[in-house]
Design a protein around this ligand. Sequence first.
Ligand code: FAD
Length: 358
Amino acid sequence: MSDSYDILIIGGGIAGLSLAAELAPHASVCLLEREPHLAYHASGRSAAMYIGDYGNDIVRALNHASEASHHAGGILSPKPMLMLGRAEDEGRFDVEAAGLGLSRVPLAEAQPFFPLLDPAVITRTAMRHDTYAMDTDLMVQNARRAALKGGVVIKTGAEVVALQHCGLWQVTAGDRTFTAKTLVNAAGAWTDEIASLAGVRPLGIQPYRRSMAVLPLPEGLDTSGWAFVDAAGERWYAKAQAGKLLVSPSEADPMPPMDAWADDMVLAEGLARFEEMVTLEVTRLEHSWAGLRSFAPDHALVIGRAPSHPDFLWLAGQGGYGFQTAPAAARLAADLLLGRTPELPAEVVSALSPARFG
Ligand SMILES: Cc1cc2nc3c(=O)[nH]c(=O)nc-3n(C[C@H](O)[C@H](O)[C@H](O)COP(=O)(O)OP(=O)(O)OC[C@H]3O[C@@H](n4cnc5c(N)ncnc54)[C@H](O)[C@@H]3O)c2cc1C
């Protein structure tokens, strides 16, 4: 059996789904996802934060261009950001805090936003209040619904195993063959593998593992006003959510593309760093997970047609900011696919293009 579309998207994470929703009114689109469920990999494993000044200048341009859409979609709820530093962190604390747009505040002012901080150890605190928790499940569902409503065909359990180009793309997934004029590579950690299958030069998109531990908190604690907490030097970060505390060791361990899981030793070391700075003793882990954050060599996303193959569009390298950048990234990819003038400034568009790698 063969199915024909204008555009085939490989990857049912937030990147592929957001693009499918953007394209739905304008083209016939099919999205292929290997797993039985959408958002199974990185998009099901994030910390779900929006921090406008996270990432390099190009990433920030996408963050800021996405913010209005997040607000309009009801995705964001205020969650301030707090950075903690110890005496040993003083050399880097101010630079890191300033880089994220945080301002120094006295410890007493910061403490209500994270009552677990250990005042005997924490010597510096900095905050900003215009950061947000994201409802990433809602974002995925909104994109899925908009895509389906606009006629996008979404196939799960459809692993792409072969790609051929003879005038049109012929894509083999399971026992089906799909054809399309244009192929979009939104395969997350697997984007370089998809490029190789397509005969397009890989760009060095590297997945890095990041883990998350879920800790129980004492009964009756009201965590609704707690900040997202980042320990200077990327020692750990923490976010209270649904009465639990998520703590990440903030690791960035290079991995091959895979269904990632948390490494016990990495978790134990990260939790030991966490315990050094808080008054909470970690006695029990409720559960843990890990996901892959996939970065291009310059840590900006890659959005654009492959120079050697204009019918192959990269939507890759979402790193640790795939949710917060998704609306603007999807809009740009749709602009490029539909021949519209991009809304983003030309210098941002060219800094995102795969052509920057020569
Ligand atoms: C611990 C952690 C914390 C994070 N925190 C944040 C945060 O606070 N804010 C934020 O904005 N971002 C955060 N991120 C990053 C964010 O989760 C990712 O950038 C984003 O989910 C990437 O989306 P994606 O669609 O590109 O990739 P994915 O969600 O991985 O989707 C790619 C899909 O492609 C599919 N695929 C691959 N190969 C094939 C094939 N051959 N055939 C068919 N399908 C295929 C995969 O099965 C997968 O479902 C975090 C990530 C992690 C791991």
